[in-house]
Ligand binder design. Structure first.
Ligand code: CS2
Ligand code: MN
Length: 354
């Protein structure tokens, strides 16, 4: 198992590679070319430059999060052909450079949604928060304005060019059912997975965050049954999962340890995060510690250990603590604490098995 840390690139992340280097046990940088719009080809030279920078700091750079899927592919429009061709080009370029896993998601319009990026907790830390009633009552535009009060940094999935045409994009989905979305995903996978096999790159779909429909948009990556259906669309090892305990864990019906056992050899990337679920359907991203939230983090780590998981695990979001500033969810300190918690469980387990 490799511990990874998501990093947004030089000049785009106030966390330094030098600092990540000091988190014990951390060997992978999970990266992306964040300036690329969905549907654009990632060129060989720019891939190489980024990977060399990461590797020169002593890390591996084998996991990319994310290569975003163009909306026209999810919508199943004729123009998807061009974007699928570009995606294939990107897979080849990444595979050629030594990348082994590509994370992506298939959420219409929004990649993750919250109502507050800095909700204060009783101990003074701040965390990403989802208030159910607010989301049900507000328009997408209201939510965007509320959430993005601090435009200093871009949030993945909330890029300005995407947000500027949000109402139109939402309208385009009015005639797209869940079954349509499944068949659009199948169409995409049938074309890209053979290329993944050839270049030995594993594709790993990230679950919907939160794992239910928002603004009446269809969502198909929210529970065990849907994950199973996705794996069956193209039943090949290279068609796999990013299992995110934080995204899935917002719904109490989702039994993440059971999913780890059920999908063992198809999990290519793991996000570990805790969330505290309130009775009214709200949730907040708590620390990784099991008792601070509602997700059984120790059982999850044990399950990964028991299946002999060899892939990359990264802490997902962290709180902001110790007066830290920067991109919500992606500070240095709380994610580092999360890593130490995960490694503590792992090391204990390893000792017991000896
Ligand atoms: C989020 C997403 O839960 C998460 O990891 O930060 O941005 C996620 O990385 C993407 O949805 C994956 O494509
Ligand atoms: Mn995640």
């Amino acid at each position: 198992m490799d511990i990874g840390f998501r990093w947004y690139g030089e000049g785009n992340d106030n966390v330094k590679l030098e600092n990540i280097r000091q988190i014990p046990g951390t060997t992978q940088i999970v990266w992306a070319l964040h300036h690329k719009a969905a549907g654009e080809v990632w060129e060989k030279e720019e891939i190489q430059r980024e990977m060399q920078l990461i590797e020169s700091h002593g890390f591996k750079a084998e996991v990319v999060e994310s290569v975003n899927v163009h909306e026209d592919i999810k919508l199943g429009l004729p123009s998807r052909e061009e974007y699928i061709a570009n995606y294939i080009e990107t897979i080849k370029n990444l595979g050629g450079a030594g990348v082994k896993v590509i994370c992506y998601n298939f959420m219409p319009v929004f990649d993750w949604i919250r109502t507050d990026l800095a909700k204060e907790m009783p101990d003074g830390s701040t965390a990403l928060f989802y208030e159910k009633d607010l989301l049900n009552d507000a328009s997408p535009q209201d939510i965007i304005e509320r959430v993005l009060q601090n435009p200093e940094f871009t949030m993945p999935g909330w890029e300005p060019e995407r947000l500027s045409k949000i109402e139109d994009t939402i309208q385009q989905y009015e005639s797209v059912s869940e079954d349509d979305l499944f068949s659009n995903l199948q169409y995409f996978l049938e074309r890209v997975i053979p290329v993944c096999k050839e270049h030995d790159v594993r594709l790993a779909i990230h679950p919907d965050d939160p794992p239910w429909s928002v603004f009446n948009l269809p969502r198909i990556v929210s529970n065990q049954e849907q994950l199973q259906r996705i794996l069956s669309l193209v039943d090949e090892e290279h068609n796999g999962l990013t299992l995110c305990s934080g995204a899935l864990g917002a719904n109490k019906e989702n039994d993440v340890p059971a999913m780890i056992h059920a999908f063992q050899n198809r999990i290519h990337f793991a996000h570990v995060r805790n969330v505290y679920r309130y009775d009214n359907g709200d949730f907040i991203e708590s620390s990784h510690r099991e008792e601070d939230g509602s997700v059984p983090i120790t059982d999850i780590m044990n399950a990964y250990y028991d299946i002999g998981y060899k892939g990359c695990i990264r802490p997902d979001h962290g709180r902001h603590i110790w007066d830290e500033e920067g991109r919500p969810g992606y500070g240095l300190y709380d994610r580092a604490l999360g890593i130490m918690y995960m490694l503590g469980i792992w090391d204990q387990k390893r000792k017991e098995q000896k």
